[in-house]
Write a protein that binds this ligand. Sequence first.
Ligand code: 7TS
Length: 417
Amino acid sequence: MTVAKSQPTHTPALDVERVRGDFPALYQRVHDKPLVYLDNAATSQKPQAVIDTLDDYYRRYNANVHRGLHKLAELATEAYEHARITVARFLNAPDAKQIVFTRGCTEAINLVAASWGGANLKPGDEILVSQMEHHSNIVPWQLIAEKTGAKVVMIPIDERGQINLDTYHALLNDKTRLVAVTAVSNSLGTINPIKKMIELAHAAGAVVLVDAAQAAPHMAVDVTDLDVDFLAFSGHKVFGPTGIGALYGRAELLEAMPPYQGGGEMIEQVTFEKTTFAAAPTRFEAGTPHIAGAIGLAAALNYVTAIGFDKIVTYENELLAYGTEALQAVEGLTLIGTAEHKAAVFSFTLDGIHPYDMSPVLDHEGIAIRTGHHCTQPVMDKFAIPATVRASLSFYNTPAEIDALVSALQKVKSLFS
Ligand code: 7TS
């Protein structure tokens, strides 16, 4: 008797040519070569839907929010608050009140460090921060540690650029107040086991801030499933405008936190004797916010959600596999960051050629990459290198673009050998 095999569940493939068509910036020539944009970890290009949303806002309903009683102010306020709901849905947050708009991931982390940290940290307390963090998830903790007498303790990474869970577990103790960790490393591509790390931190009585700057463009981020306390991301890396980002916070933590900045909108009542403050999230949004940015961010989140992270993850894993093989075949090339779970980020060095000497040649070939320490100097120290060349991919990149990078690297080698 033959038994019918059940069909494997299969995610429909991403139509890369179609999605590329949504990004006008990808169709340019640079130094008379087709642009190959591989600097997505720095910032991503913008789909037409986002560009149109910004254009429409400035043409039709530009007004300040929450203040005017006129029609345009009403439309702008409605769109701004609706954008907050869109961000909450994108992160699967229980309530839009738990979303604070910020200038970006950096400001969101600084807000938590200054406000939550300032109110809760005391001498001897420990803040665990991983060795692979972007400087924006290290320096704010050092600044608040300096002020409060708390101590920043590093969670080390191994030779592949991974956090060992046993090592991390052993660092957690009754002095640990907060763990700050990135979901995905910008310079190594490592995807961290954040769900498990949060669980272990909570068991030790610590709160957790996750930096989702590099996760948000590449995978579904679910704050409810993660049970995370704070999570920060930037709009411009997830196909939205620059100058806008968001902080998610657990409701009871946000409610108990003092203001970060003072100014208009964040108050309840101001007198010269005493000022009282608005509830979260308004308490943390002093001054006129980046209204167009928030609305543009919502358009970007709707855009990626419509493509679907199931398709994005599948396609980007194919790019990762293709790129890893293609780059490893380049003689003298060393990949920095070879974690078991990785995003499509390729950091590398080439024997005998300084990373900074490679960038002009690659640029001349129309290839946009980043060279440097990528604001992760402790990572460079760990690998005892000054810098890497980094190609960071997005779902609109193609295997042909990886081939273009490889040919350009061969050119670099012939020029410098
Ligand atoms: N966290 C991570 C993991 C990042 O990669 C970045 C920016 C930030 C925080 C800060 O984001 P911002 O939008 O507030 O500046 N990373 C990079 C990069 O890798 N190249 O340029 C910026």
